[in-house]
Design a protein around this ligand. Structure first.
Ligand code: SIN
Length: 487
C-alpha cells in the first residue's frame, strides 16, 4: 500500500464546516489552528464558526428532520453499516490523523477507531428493532399502544480525549433513531470528526442530517442553539462545571440532556486479590489514553498488607513505559493535550509531595517541545492531598491505603463523582457486597476496562445523566408516545 507523508494526509482532511450537505468556510473566513501536542506546531487550520454559522447548521438539521425520521429504518441501518465498513477500511489513515491531533500512540488510536466504529455497527443492528407495544388495559375497557419516535434535532458537544469514539457514540444511536444533528467537536481535535462527516457523506447520508461545525468559541456558538428551542436534545461529554452550565441552558427549553461528565474513579485492591492481575488491570485503567479519560483510575485504594507490594509492582511497570511522539515505533505514552493540562497534572503531583507523598517513579516533566508527562506513581498519599479529590486526567497513580471493607467503601464513595469504580478481589461475596454499596454508574470487577458499545456507559452524582451505548443509549434518542384506544 502506498504510504503518504503526515503532511500529505493532513492536507486531505476537510477543514470547512459541513452544513446542509455542503462544505463551506466560516462566513467570516476566520480559521482556527489545530496543534500537534507532541511538538506544539500547527498541523492544520479549520473554519472558525460564528454563532450565525452555528444557526445555519441548526436550520439545516431542523429542515432535514422530518424526512430523516420518515426514512425506513433499514436505509438508516445500511448507512450506519457502510460507515462502519469505510472507517475500518481507512483505519490506518484515520489513526494517523487522530494521533497527530490528539497525541495518543498509533496503537491506541487504532483501538479508539475500532471502538468508535463499533457504535455504528451496533446501532445499525438496532435501528431495525425499535419497537412500541400494544396491551390490553388492566381493567379490560381499552387498549394501550406505545410508539417510539425520534426525539428530534440534537446538539452534540464532543471532547478532545476520544475525538472519534465520543462522536460516534452519539451520532450512531441518533441516526438509528431517526434524529438529525449539529455536532461541535473540541477545538483541539476537530480533524477526526471532519473526516467522519466526510465518510457519512460518502455513505449516502442525506444533506442536513449530520452537520459539523468547528469553532474556538464553543459557548458563544452553542448557547444560542441550545436556547433556540428547535433542537430537542443536548448530549455533552466533558467536564462537570461545563456540563452543569449547559444543562442550565437546556432547562429553559426543556431539552432532553445526556451528560457524560467528570470522574474520580477508585481502583480498590483487596488483600485477597491476585495482585499481578490487579497490576495488569491498573495499567489499563490508569494508562489507557495517557490517563486522559473520565474512566481513568484516579485513586488506587489498596488494603494495607499488600499496598507496598502493589505500589512497587505498579511503579516498575509504569517506569518501563516509553514516552514519546505517538507516531514513533515503540512509544507507549504520548503527550498530554496542551500546556495547561500538563501544568495541572504537575501541580497535583507537587501538592501531594508537599503533604508527604513519595514519588516511586516519574514526577518531573521532561524539558523540550511537546506536553509530555512521565508515568508517575505516588505512595504514602495523604487524604488531604488535592489529587485525592480532583480528576487527574494524566498518567499519575496515587496509592492510598485502607483498612477493611467498610473503610474501602467509605473512601471510594467520598467524592461528588460517581462514574466508575474498579474492584479486585477473589471473594465473590465481597465483590457483590462492595459493588452494591458503591455510588457509581459502572463497575469493573477484576478488570481495568468496561467500555463496550453494547453496554450502558454513564455515571451518577456529579458524573452525569443518561447512558451511552447499548439499548439504553438508543432510548436516549427516542420518545414514547402513548395512544389510549377505545375498542
Ligand atoms: C471518556 O473518557 O470520556 C470515555 C472513555 C470510554 O468510552 O471508554
Amino acid at each position: 500500500m502506498e504510504t503518504r507523508s503526515e503532511s500529505d494526509l493532513i492536507r486531505e482532511v476537510p477543514t470547512d464546516l459541513f452544513v446542509g450537505g455542503t462544505w463551506q468556510p466560516a462566513a467570516s473566513g476566520d480559521v482556527l489552528p489545530v496543534d500537534d501536542p507532541s511538538t506544539g506546531a500547527v498541523l492544520a487550520e479549520v473554519a472558525d464558526a460564528s454563532p450565525a454559522d452555528g444557526m445555519r447548521a441548526l436550520d439545516a438539521a431542523v429542515d432535514a428532520q422530518p424526512a430523516w425520521a420518515a426514512t425506513p429504518p433499514r436505509e438508516r441501518a445500511e448507512i450506519l453499516r457502510r460507515a462502519f465498513d469505510l472507517i475500518m477500511e481507512r483505519i490506518d489513515d484515520l489513526a494517523l490523523v487522530l494521533t497527530l491531533e490528539m497525541g495518543k500512540p498509533l496503537a491506541e488510536s487504532r483501538a479508539e477507531i475500532s471502538y468508535g466504529a463499533e457504535f455504528l455497527r451496533w446501532y445499525s443492528e438496532e435501528a431495525v428493532r425499535i419497537n412500541g407495544r400494544y396491551t390490553i388495559a388492566p381493567a379490560g375497557g381499552g387498549r394501550i399502544l406505545t410508539m417510539k419516535e425520534p426525539v428530534g434535532p440534537c446538539l452534540f458537544i464532543t471532547p478532545w480525549n476520544f475525538p472519534l469514539a465520543m462522536g460516534t457514540r452519539k451520532v450512531g444511536p441518533a441516526l438509528a433513531a431517526g434524529c438529525t444533528m449539529v455536532v461541535k467537536p473540541a477545538r483541539q481535535t476537530p480533524l477526526s470528526m471532519l473526516l467522519f462527516a466526510r465518510i457519512l457523506e460518502e455513505c449516502g447520508l442525506p444533506p442536513g442530517v449530520c452537520n459539523v461545525i468547528t469553532t474556538r468559541d464553543s459557548g458563544g456558538v452553542m448557547e444560542p442553539l441550545i436556547r433556540d428551542g428547535r433542537a430537542r436534545k443536548l448530549s455533552f461529554t466533558g467536564s462537570t462545571p461545563v456540563g452543569r452550565r449547559l444543562a442550565e441552558q437546556a432547562a429553559a427549553q426543556m431539552l432532553r440532556v445526556s451528560m457524560e461528565l467528570g470522574g474520580n474513579a477508585p481502583f480498590v485492591v483487596f488483600a485477597d486479590a491476585d495482585i499481578e492481575a490487579a497490576v495488569d488491570g491498573a495499567m489499563i485503567a490508569k494508562m489507557r489514553n495517557m490517563g486522559e479519560s473520565c474512566v481513568a483510575a484516579n485513586r488506587f485504594l489498596v488494603q494495607e498488607p499488600v499496598a507496598a507490594d502493589f505500589a512497587d509492582r505498579l511503579a516498575a511497570r509504569m517506569g518501563d513505559l516509553t514516552v514519546g511522539r505517538g507516531t514513533d515505533d515503540g512509544v507507549d505514552v504520548g503527550p498530554l493535550i496542551d500546556a495547561p493540562a500538563r501544568e495541572f497534572v504537575h501541580d497535583l503531583v507537587t501538592d501531594a509531595g508537599t503533604r508527604g507523598a513519595r514519588v516511586l517513579t516519574g514526577g518531573q516533566p521532561p524539558a523540550g517541545a511537546g506536553w509530555f508527562y512521565p508515568p508517575t506513581v505516588l505512595c504514602d498519599v495523604t487524604r488531604d492531598a488535592r489529587i485525592v479529590d480532583e480528576e487527574i486526567f494524566g498518567p499519575v497513580a496515587p496509592v492510598i491505603t485502607f483498612e477493611d471493607e467498610a473503610d474501602a467503601v467509605s473512601q471510594a464513595n467520598a467524592t461528588p463523582f460517581g462514574l466508575i469504580a474498579y474492584i479486585y478481589t477473589r471473594d465473590i461475596g465481597r465483590a457483590l457486597r462492595v459493588t452494591e454499596r458503591l455510588d457509581v454508574g459502572m463497575v469493573g470487577l477484576n478488570r481495568g476496562i468496561v467500555s463496550n458499545p453494547a453496554a450502558p456507559f454513564g455515571g451518577v452524582k456529579q458524573s452525569g445523566l443518561g447512558k451511552e451505548g447499548g439499548p439504553e443509549g438508543l432510548e436516549e434518542y427516542l420518545t414514547t408516545k402513548y395512544v389510549g384506544i377505545d375498542v
